[in-house]
Ligand binder design. Structure first.
Ligand code: URA
Length: 425
């Protein structure tokens, strides 16, 4: 079977297989599944369909990355990549753009004036060797098989297949030449996988396949019912990422950064356990070294690093003080403890305000979004604002109506719980 899989992937890339032939095979996998061995063979063949980053022996075991299945307010990558570099790891992070209600790291980084995310494989390699971190978009040379297969899956309703998702995600990460990988697999109403059992099944498949290919990989299953942190919207999320890189981030975001970073430091042998690694990441946020790595990366990629010097200039730089931007506060209708804030409602409101793409190729407005003034467990008094919307046009009354229902208050005190439900190794 593995030779047949290699031939298939070759035919996908060199065009000797027609769309119908590829679709026939994708449908067969979608309906019948694929064994673990064949999924590994497929993922390896996809990885090898293009350029694979190679690293010198002195750093090869330090090259790591993370992948998130996506959520609302998920800015973990923007904080984690420079924090890992500050702790001595090398991070060639290749990310995607956002679609639908979830944002993409590239769109968020695009709010930094001048910053370019287009780099060739050679440029990525050189920057990572020099600075420890690059955050860039997919190049044409990396995993060309996935581009054609993904496009055909998209138009034939065969996206939601565990082996096809596994091979698509893991092949792109493996092409970075990683020694270790952490997967943040989210579940909940604003996640790609709503049910925990489905997220666990995907995580198990990706962990087994990536380990089977020699990349030391673990997954964390994390909840995605409420937005992560307080900011939703591209430039607002960069602002919150910088606050977190300065050691002043929201606890839920910092926890995910520290735990995922701790696992990678342990896997690469720079920490003697996850807890020690998490403390190293925490220290890098407190002592300014993670921020410094971020600043150097922004400069190296042509971005205006002066925006990192103070909050006010950051906000101006990101267009948050755009005089045309309108703000609307929504206030609590009663006293209570915050029990829930529906991430899906917040995300759809932001999408409606122009923060995201409904379809690939849509223009986005990087300045608009929402800042939550409270998180689960906080106390609110009647009339206090719980969210501020940053928008360009008037927000439709029905959107405001729906948003008012996004928050649930309780008369009883609410204790916030960790977003990490489970680790899969
Ligand atoms: N992300 C990917 O890159 N591929 C998939 O198949 C699903 C999510």
């Amino acid at each position: 079977m593995s030779k047949a899989i290699h031939d298939l992937v070759r035919g996908v890339v060199d065009g000797s297989l027609s769309d119908d032939e590829v679709i026939h095979w994708l449908r067969a996998v979608f309906e019948g599944g694929l064994s673990e061995g064949d999924t590994i063979a497929l993922t390896e063949a996809m990885r090898d369909s293009g350029e694979v980053l190679e690293w010198g022996s002195e750093i090869a075991n330090l090259v790591v990355d993370k992948h998130s299945t996506g959520g609302v307010g998920d800015k973990v990558s923007i904080v984690l990549a420079p924090a890992l570099a500050a702790c001595g790891l090398r991070v060639p992070m290749i990310s995607g753009r956002g679609l639908g209600h979830t944002g993409g790291t590239l769109d968020k980084l695009g709010s930094i004036p001048g910053l370019s995310v287009e780099r060739s494989a050679d440029e990525i390699r050189q920057q990572v060797e020099r600075l420890g971190v690059a955050m860039v978009g997919q190049t044409d040379a990396l995993v060309p098989a996935d581009r054609r297969m993904y496009a055909l899956r998209d138009v034939t309703g065969t996206l939601a297949s565990i082996p096809l998702i596994t091979s698509s995600i893991v092949s792109k990460k493996a092409a970075e030449g990683l020694s270790a990988l952490i997967l943040d697999v989210k579940f909940g109403r604003a996640a790609f996988m709503v049910e925990r059992a489905d997220a666990a099944e995907l995580a198990r498949s990706m962990v087994d396949v990536a380990n089977g290919m020699g990349v030391s990989t673990k997954a964390v299953l994390t909840t995605m019912d409420q937005p992560l942190g307080c900011a939703v919207g591209n430039s607002l999320e960069v602002l919150e990422s910088v606050e977190t890189l300065c050691g002043n981030g929201p606890e839920d975001l910092e926890e995910l950064v520290c735990v995922q970073g701790g696992l990678l430091l342990e896997a690469a042998g720079l920490a003697d356990g996850m807890q020690t690694g998490a403390l190293m990441i925490h220290d890098s946020l407190q002592d300014g070294s993670a921020l410094e790595c971020f600043r150097k990366m922004v400069e190296a990629q042509g971005g205006d690093a002066s925006i990192l010097e103070s909050d006010a200039s950051l906000m101006r730089g990101l267009g948050l003080m755009d005089p045309d931007l309108l703000t609307t506060e929504l206030c609590a209708g009663a006293d209570g403890w915050v029990e829930d804030i529906d991430a899906m409602v917040i995300a759809e409101a932001c999408l409606g305000m122009g923060a995201g793409r409904k379809e690939l190729g849509d223009e986005i407005d990087r300045a608009v979004g929402a800042i939550l003034e409270v998180q689960v467990g906080d106390r609110l008094e009647e009339g206090e604002p719980w969210v501020v919307l940053y928008h360009r046009d008037e927000v439709a009354p029905q959107t405001l109506e729906v948003l008012l229902g996004a928050i649930t208050l309780s008369d009883e005190e609410v204790k916030p719980v960790s977003r990490i439900a489970e680790m899969i190794e």
